[in-house]
Design a protein around this ligand. Structure first.
Ligand code: SF4
Length: 729
């Protein structure tokens, strides 16, 4: 058997078993079938078929080797050849089998049969569901213009083809969720270095400051491994975090900083480095602009001043400044990741970007690495007609309201608010590909209200997410173990996601959903491929490997590929230099060098609400995964021992958290590992979809508590400017 013959033949047995499942309305049959199938298969064969593919339990895209026995996926292992994980899978990656065999998978297209959000559906054929979706989208375009239709996609390998569909349709409205995650970091670095996200050379780093990158819990597989190796090697690691995170527990030094004051810490470090002339003068002269303005700005940001703001002793700040500079250029103030915390987070990221520039760690061993995309093999592209001009301004406010935010990033909370206000114009429809705005955007009830206001909502997903639950049509996507996606080049290697078994249900890859929807919209020329294999063959055209060969090998190494380092010091900023003083900020009449911006403090008897990740779950995607629930069953409210004693709360008590916009009940975790003025909860729990049988109402949702506050510069949602009261339930 070739691999494809194998999966076709073997899938027949599995498909027979699952045909008894009735889908979303009555999935319990499926649960029984699944277990008997696994049990039978376990006794049948000792010879496992190995298929190489790519994980999608989060966005990191690790290499996977799936072990398949007679059409049943028995084990997932890390692919040692893949740079994103070098042979290891995290807990979520290991639990991918449960995602595939979950009884809550959507098994065929569904069209709403009751009120929106009622959970009443009827089965539809693909032709009916796609025709209905296309008809609604055409109706909206004809009556209100293409701008009345919004598009939203998760960050995934087929996202470029979703974007082609959006552009072909002609809408200016495209939402991602970056404003809830890392817009502050990407805009801060973009306006300093001209790249949104430089890499970090952990392997050679001698001194690392993390102020928001929690790699032990927000797992980015190879980076997490490199961080652990770095610590084992003896690199000094300083973690600023109001909570004793798992990364803090591995660090050399944990500094429980007051929330929202990281920029005070970094400005004071800069102050010492300048005052004591610890900076790299030649590097600054050659590659930067605006140093003199910075000298003026930071002269009053002394460690003593910063101590009042961030509650880190001045002597500690001074010592860290000297240690950091002494380790240069093999020292990094990490750019971080989820940086949507305070309205001043953009200033924090600018201060971090500038601090790195002062010690000249750019493109040096142990320092910041220039944008890796410069050095990535280029795939073949599809030729299609020119896109129509998108009409109208964007509902997310970019760039007319948020001039600094790159067009592709978006400010999704503004999009939601503008649906509700009907200003600057009415939105009518939303096509969402595996995103879950109902559980992610602050003020969940407002988001539900926005969905109720729309004429039409279609969702592409593998499970009935909270957002799918409020859709009119659900177009079920095959899981990542059953489908192809677009190819991914990483440096000189090209990797493939391919089905390790045939789809268990009547589902399709997003590549084919986008394509068939485009056909029905009369836009088929924009996605000119017959099927996924045809598309992948076109992407592979520049290389001397066939798709069959790539499928078998799992990856392809481009011969004679050379990294192009000539562009390492070409900064894509207005001045062509690292902009310590930002030209664009100056043009906007804003302070052009990093500066202090006082964050709000909680009122009396209120606490900062902090949210973050756990290593066992991915945002709001995996809480219905029963294997992961065994190792992390629900989120809890962390509160400090002294606060718990004052309020008479013990671990496992139910507590009520209440903000200006909502109230939740959640179990308490009493700990010394958090500042007394903070409450922490892992995000992504508290699902409202009854289609997620394990996750429904489990734990509590931070989106029910978060207020909608947006940084006017980066478009970041200032999630930690929400303050809550705590009481025993
Ligand atoms: Fe999968 Fe974990 Fe890698 Fe994410 S980090 S792609 S979940 S193995």
């Amino acid at each position: 058997f070739s691999r494809r013959q194998f999966i076709k033949g073997a899938a027949a047995g599995a498909a027979l078993g699952v045909s008894a499942g009735l889908g979303f309305l009555a999935p319990d049959n499926m649960f029984a079938v699944e277990h008997s199938a696994l049990k039978t298969a376990a006794n049948e064969s000792s010879e496992l078929q190995k298929v190489t593919t790519i994980c999608e339990q989060c966005v990191w895209r690790c290499g996977v080797i799936a072990k398949v026995d007679n059409g049943i996926v028995k084990k997932l292992e890390g692919n040692p050849d893949h740079p994103n994980n070098v042979g290891k899978l995290c807990p979520r990656g290991n639990a991918g089998i449960e995602t595939l065999y979950s009884p809550d998978r959507i098994k065929f297209p569904l069209i709403r049969a009751g009120a929106r959000g009622s959970g009443l559906w009827r089965r539809a054929s693909w032709d009916e569901a796609l025709t209905y979706t296309a008809d609604q989208m055409k109706k909206i375009k004809d009556k209100y213009g293409a701008k009345a239709m919004m598009f939203n996609s998760t960050d995934n390998l087929s996202q470029p083809f979703f974007e082609i569909l959006l552009k072909a349709y002609g809408s200016p409205n495209y939402g991602t969720q970056r404003s809830l995650c890392f817009n502050a970091m990407t805009t801060g670095f973009l306006y300093t270095y001209g790249v949104p996200q430089p890499g970090t050379d952990y392997k050679n780093c001698k001194y690392m400051i993390f102020a928001g990158r929690n790699l032990a819990e927000g797992i980015s597989n190879n980076e997490t491994q490199e961080m652990i190796e770095m610590i084992a090697r003896g690199t000094k690691v300083v973690v600023l975090d109001p909570r004793f995170s798992k990364t803090a527990s591995k660090a050399t030094e944990w500094l429980p900083i007051r929330p929202g004051t990281d920029s005070a810490f970094f400005l004071a470090i800069i102050n010492i480095i300048i005052k004591e002339k610890l900076f790299k003068k030649d590097f600054i002269t050659t590659y930067t602009q605006g140093f003199d303005d910075l000298v003026q700005e930071v002269k009053d940001y002394t460690p003593k001043w910063a101590e009042q703001k961030c509650e880190i002793p001045a002597a500690t700040i001074e010592r860290i400044a000297r240690e950091f500079a002494a380790a240069a250029p093999a020292a990094i103030a990490h750019p971080n990741w989820r940086t949507s915390n305070f309205k001043n987070s953009f200033q924090t990221e600018r201060a971090i970007a500038v601090l790195n520039a002062l010690i000249g760690n750019w493109a040096q061993p142990g320092g910041l690495i220039p944008d890796q995309e410069i050095n990535t093999a280029k795939l073949g592209v599809l030729s299609h007609p020119p896109f129509p001009q998108a009409q109208g301004i964007r509902l997310d406010g970019v760039p007319w309201q948020y001039p600094l935010v790159p067009l592709s990033y978006g400010v999704i909370q503004t999009m939601r608010d503008n649906i509700l206000s009907g200003k600057p114009y009415e939105a009518k429809g939303w096509l969402i590909s595996r995103q879950n705005p109902i559980l992610s955007i602050p003020e969940r009830q407002k988001t539900i209200n926005a969905f109720m206001k729309l004429d039409f909502v279609a969702v592409i997903d593998i499970q009935a997410s909270d957002t799918a639950y409020y859709a009119d049509v659900i177009l079920p996507e095959s899981s990542y173990l059953e489908r192809y996606d677009g190819l991914i080049p990483i440096g000189s290697k090209i990797f493939i996601r391919q089905p390790v078994i045939e789809p268990l249900y009547d589902t399709k890859s997003s590549l084919m959903i986008y394509k068939e929807l485009a056909d029905k919209l009369g836009l088929g020329d924009f996605l000119p491929y017959k099927d996924e294999r045809d598309l992948l063959a076109k992407q592979l055209k520049p290389f001397s490997i066939t798709l069959d060969e790539l499928e078998k090998a799992g990856h392809y190494v481009v011969p004679n590929f050379k990294k192009d380092h000539s562009k390492d010091f070409e900064f894509q900023t207005s001045s062509g230099k690292i902009e310590i003083s930002s030209s664009i900020m100056a043009q906007m009449g804003k302070k052009a060098v990093p500066a202090w911006d006082e964050p709000p403090r909680p009122p009396k008897d209120h606490y900062y609400l902090l949210t973050g990740k756990t290593a066992q779950h991915t945002q709001m995607f995996t809480q219905n995964n029963r294997w992961l629930l065994e190792v992390f069953s629900e989120n809890r409210a962390w509160l400090h021992t002294s606060v718990a004693a004052k309020l008479g709360i013990k671990t496992d008590d139910d507590v009520v958290l209440e903000s200006d916009v909502g109230k939740v009940t959640i179990k308490a975790k009493v700990t010394e590992g958090i500042r007394p003025d903070c409450i922490f909860m892992v995000g992504g729990f508290g699902h409202v979809s009854k289609g997620l049988k394990s996750a429904y109402k489990l734990g509590a949702s931070d989106s029910a508590l978060h207020k909608t506050i947006t940084d006017p510069l980066s478009g970041s949602s200032a999630l930690s400017e929400t303050f809550v009261t705590v009481s025993k339930a």
